[in-house]
Design a protein around this ligand. Sequence first.
Ligand code: ATR
Length: 280
Amino acid sequence: MSNTAQHFVVIGNPIAHSKSPAIHHVFAAQTEQSICYARQYCPDHPESFIAVVEAFFNGGGIGANVTVPFKQVAYDLCQNTGALSDHARVAGAVNTLSKKDGKLYGDNTDGQGLVNDMQHQGWTLAGKTVAIIGAGGAARGAILPLIQAGIKSLTLANRTVHKAKDLVTALSAQSDEVADISIATCALDALTGHFDVIINATSIGLSGERLPLSDDLSCDHAYDMMYGRTLPFLEHFAEQGAATSDGYGMLIGQAALSFESWTGRTVDVTAARAELNKAT
Ligand code: ATR
């Protein structure tokens, strides 16, 4: 293990309860890296965020994760003064910052973290019919990685249907990979039929509220991007006999991709998850 620790940080507001330091320290122990990964609170103003990012990298920091409410500000900063990965560009949001050739580089690992988590659980995505509920930032970040995983079709359902339509139009204009598959849109209560996979990407999860799902909607696999308590969305499909998963593995998956891009080391996410479960 190297004696000089590499410094990382997660920037957000609120940030005190972020699990990222614990997750990254497990990855570091597993790959024998010496790291220091801290939580950084930041006032909710773009100029404060920019000052925090500059101070961190000027001070020798290697990589920063960005969480609510700064993912779009981080995107703007990279677009204006640095560079963006394809996933960040299409997601319109950045959750992973590093320096490349002296310039800020923004990536988004959330959607690929979701895809990787499903695949680690043995869920096949290639050739499958997928529906996403929600048309906000979480849904947007998942679309390109799901298409790249080879899904057969995608349906985007949202309470406010025009937001789903606007999102598909915007993403199709930005990415040929998105434009190449036809994405259906509908109102949430008009989402019916059977899908191989249904993903809840709304922010309803932790409120305890139930989405108004049609009785004619079913799936083999249901995934909720939220985690941390009983999720009515998953209970609904589990009662039908579907396999279900909350988003805890997505959290670990997106962190693993950030860690791998910063350190060049490969993480065993299954072992890391087992280690994290022991600690809680
Ligand atoms: P995020 O960045 O987490 O995706 P967001 O951009 O605010 O957050 O988007 C929240 C998503 O959850 C939207 O799709 C929203 O639907 P609307 O576009 O109709 O607002 C959805 N959502 C939030 N609360 C909901 C509820 N009670 N019922 C149905 N959808 C809900």
